[in-house]
Structures are given as C-alpha cells and as structure tokens.
Design a protein around this ligand. Structure first.
Ligand SMILES: [Ca+2]
Ligand SMILES: [Ca+2]
Length: 182
C-alpha cells in the first residue's frame, strides 16, 4: 500500500512539473522604435498573463532615451512619465509609450526588480502589466512617437502565463497526499 502511494505521488509530481513547464513558457518579442507593430501569438481566452517590457530606445536626433513608460526630455535631468509638448503646452499621455492593442497603459514600474507600482520610474527600465486577460486573440505592441524618423533601438517584451490555478491545486493536493504516505 505504501509503495503504491509513493508511485502515485511520484507520477503526480511529474505531471505537476510538466504542467508547470507548459504553463511557464514565455513568448519574447522585440518591438522596434521605428513604430512598427509587433504581434504576439494567440492568448488563451480567460487566461491571465503577465507582460513585461524592458530596455530603452532612442526617440530623438538629440540621442534622448525613453522606455516603455518614461522618457528623458531635452535639457531635463530627471525622466518624465508624460510627454510635455512645448509647442501646444499640452501633456500627451500616450506619446513615447509602449501601446498594447493601440491602447495606452499605466505600466507598473520597479526600482528593486521585485515590487511594481503605477507611476513609478524604473531605473532598471523594467515595467509590467499584471493579470492581462487573454481573449482568444493575438495582441499587438507599438511604440508611439509622432515622428519616429529619428528613432533607433527597440524594447524587449515578454508574455508569461500566470501560474495556473490547476498547477497550484495539483501541487497542493500532492503535498497533502504525501503526508498520508509517510
Ligand atoms: Ca522621434
Ligand atoms: Ca502610459
């Protein structure tokens, strides 16, 4: 009885690992500063994904950098979240942002690589959208810049499924089972 119990436990553990590996596979994309739209593979309907955007690109002839959410304005010392158009005196919220499905998002920033918060500049240039729910469609990424002719570089995007409930349930059940085996 004890042996059967152990065999079942090991089989279950193997299944859980396979589930986890299958779930954890990330899709990596490169989104160019040229403004070209990059499309992901299909995201499963109802499933939650974590999207990360990393790196900086150049958005101006003056060699000015921007990341998924923030940018360094000409003559400024600190990075800014929203783009100030000195010509019209208006803030543009989507300008120099990384758009998802042509929509502006409040990318969450991190200073320590672990904790993410909205309206937070990341010196690591690492940003995240948490719990993005798939709709059975692919999603698209595009860097928004009115004049992309003087841009260069790209941002790295990765899309990772959130650890599936099924996996966590399986693991939880297995650990309970194991206690009974011992
Ligand atoms: Ca530009
Ligand atoms: Ca934004």
């Amino acid at each position: 009885m004890k042996t059967l119990c152990k065999v079942l436990f090991k089989t279950g553990l193997l299944l859980a690992i396979l589930l986890f590996v299958g779930e954890a596979a990330a899709e990596n994309l490169i989104v160019p500063a040229s403004g070209t739209t990059v499309t992901s593979s299909v995201l499963e309907a109802g499933k939650e994904y974590q999207i990360r955007a990393e790196g900086t690109y150049i958005y101006s002839w003056a060699n000015l950098p921007a990341d998924a959410e923030w940018h360094l304005r000409y003559g400024a010392t600190n990075w800014e979240e929203d783009y100030w158009d000195s010509g019209s005196g208006i803030y543009h919220y989507s300008e120099l942002d990384l758009l998802v499905n042509n929509t502006e998002y409040d990318w969450l920033g991190t200073t320590d690589g672990t904790n993410f918060a909205p309206h937070t500049y990341s010196p690591l240039h690492t940003y995240m959208i948490d719990s993005f729910v798939g709709t059975g469609q692919a999603i698209s990424f595009r860097i928004q810049d009115i004049d992309a002719s003087d841009n260069s570089g790209y941002l790295n995007v990765s899309i990772t499924p959130e650890p599936a409930t099924l996996f966590l349930l399986t693991l939880g059940g297995l650990l309970l089972r194991r206690k009974k085996c011992l």
